[in-house]
Ligand binder design. Structure first.
Ligand code: FES
Length: 153
């Protein structure tokens, strides 16, 4: 049977009827029509599916939608306004951090968390460590780190 789950996503309350085994990533992409969040490995290894849940970064490919009753979820679509690039997007653009772009939404969600966390230092090593859950097949790691450093300004 279906189960109803209600959560806030990018500031909007949503109710969806899902099967108990429906994965959050699939619900976001296919039921809520927010295709920004990507499916890379589908096994918690690549970070392409990163979203924020109640302020923490999670791999949405490993999480069941029914576990998110009452949660506040942010996807990459929620990071900026519709017209303007947010500061992080701008910094990725200026530092050539996008490359093919497939991993970018997940990189952004991890990076935007780092922007708020003062405990993480701003050296390349520390940022690379903090971003280690996000793989980039194009190998744009240096550019991504540079973008985060810029955005932290
Ligand atoms: Fe979720 Fe790779 S798709 S971690």
């Amino acid at each position: 049977g279906m189960q109803r789950v209600s959560f806030k996503i990018n500031g909007e309350m949503k109710q969806v009827d899902v099967t108990p085994n429906a994965v959050l990533l699939d619900v976001i992409r296919h039921r809520l029509d927010m295709p920004g969040t990507k499916k890379g490995c589908d096994h918690g290894q690549c970070g392409a599916c990163n979203v924020h849940v109640n302020g923490e970064v999670i791999n949405s490919c490993l999480s069941l939608a029914v576990m998110h009753e009452g949660d506040e979820i942010t996807t990459v679509e929620g990071l900026d306004s519709e017209k303007d690039l947010g500061p992080l997007q701008q910094a990725f653009l200026e530092n050539d951090g996008y490359q093919c772009g497939y991993c970018t939404p997940g990189q952004m969600m991890a990076a935007s968390y780092i922007l708020k966390d003062d405990r993480i230092g701003n050296s390349g090593d520390e940022l690379r460590q903090a971003m280690s859950g996000n793989l980039c097949r194009c190998g744009a790691y240096k550019n991504i780190v540079a973008a985060i450093q810029d955005a932290r300004g």
